[in-house]
Structures are given as structure tokens and as C-alpha cells.
Write a protein that binds this ligand. Structure first.
Ligand SMILES: Cc1cc2nc3c(=O)[nH]c(=O)nc-3n(C[C@H](O)[C@H](O)[C@H](O)COP(=O)(O)O)c2cc1C
Length: 146
């Protein structure tokens, strides 16, 4: 299994309706392709974890990378795993409020590092592993499983 975490910057403002369309399409594709993961969106920044068979992940990542709805797609973490972290989630999504950003370990650090606001980027991997661990233990209301 290949697991990739990337960050990107939305090129247009994403409304709830835009996100709903993106999620619906992504979930049906991911289900068909055997991909799982999670998507976070906050203040114009995306952070997505996508996992599955190596070739399938690489192929879909190339498509996602070329999507004009976002840019500055940067891989933050790439791992080969013996098994999936999020087997139940065709693409979990949960809107994150400022309060939650304070409460979820690694959340603020990950996004601050990614947005490159002058803070050192060295903390990103630790922040991401904390963030991933938190999500694994706190399933969202809708993970896209069906
Ligand atoms: C932030 C972001 C995350 C995305 N995540 C996925 C995804 O997990 N799976 C997927 O199939 N498409 C995802 N997409 C959409 C793809 O870029 C592309 O539009 C889609 O895969 C094309 O599918 P289609 O040929 O069925 O329309 C994402 C797009 C964006 C902007």
C-alpha cells in the first residue's frame, strides 16, 4: 500500500456546495478504484491523505495534481504501509473550525507549516503523524463509506 499526504492551495473559493460535489465524485471514483483516505480544507488550503495500491495511487495523483481547482500541490509525506490506515473511508471529510484546529494535535502546526508563514517546516512530519493518528481515532460523521 502506498500512502501519500499532499497539501495544495485552492485556486477559487470553495463553497460547501463545491466541496460536496468534489467529495461525491471523489468518493465514487475512490470506491471503484480501491482508494481510501481523508481530505481537510481550511482557509483555502487542502490537505489530503490518499492510500491504496501503488500504481492506482500514482495514477490518480497525476489526475488530481492537474486539477485546475487547486495548485501548488506538494507532497508532504509518502509511505509504504503494510495495510491501510483508513480502510473504511472512501474520502473522509470534516469541516474544521478554529476551535477544532486548536484541539486536534498537529492540525494548526501542519497548516501553518504548509502555508509557509515563516515558521520552520521541520515540524511538519510530526504534526502530520499526530494529525493522522487523531483522525484514525476520531472517525468523522461522514467518511464516505457506503
Ligand atoms: C483537493 C482535491 C482532492 C481530490 N481528491 C480526489 C480523490 O480522492 N479521488 C478522485 O478520484 N478525485 C479527486 N479529485 C478530483 C480529481 O482532480 C479529478 O477531477 C477527478 O478524479 C476526475 O474524475 P472523473 O474523470 O470521474 O470526473 C480531487 C480534486 C481536488 C481539487
Amino acid at each position: 500500500m502506498l500512502s501519500i499526504v499532499y497539501s495544495s492551495v485552492a485556486t477559487t473559493e470553495f463553497t460547501d456546495a463545491d466541496l460536496a460535489v468534489l467529495l461525491m465524485n471523489s468518493r465514487s471514483n475512490n470506491k471503484r478504484l480501491g482508494l481510501t483516505g481523508l481530505l481537510l480544507y481550511r482557509d483555502g488550503y487542502f490537505l489530503q491523505l490518499i492510500e491504496g495500491p501503488l500504481d492506482v495511487v500514482r495514477e490518480r495523483m497525476a489526475i488530481i495534481q492537474a486539477d485546475p481547482r487547486h495548485g501548488q500541490v506538494e507532497t508532504q509525506l509518502e509511505e509504504i504501509l503494510p495495510e491501510r490506515r483508513f480502510p473504511e473511508w472512501t474520502m473522509a471529510y470534516r469541516p474544521v473550525t478554529d476551535t477544532m484546529a486548536d484541539e486536534i494535535p498537529g492540525y494548526r502546526t501542519a497548516f501553518d507549516d504548509i502555508s509557509g508563514n515563516g515558521s520552520a517546516r521541520g515540524g511538519t512530519s510530526l504534526a502530520l503523524s499526530q494529525l493522522i493518528g487523531w483522525f484514525a481515532e476520531n472517525p468523522p460523521a461522514s467518511g464516505g463509506a457506503s
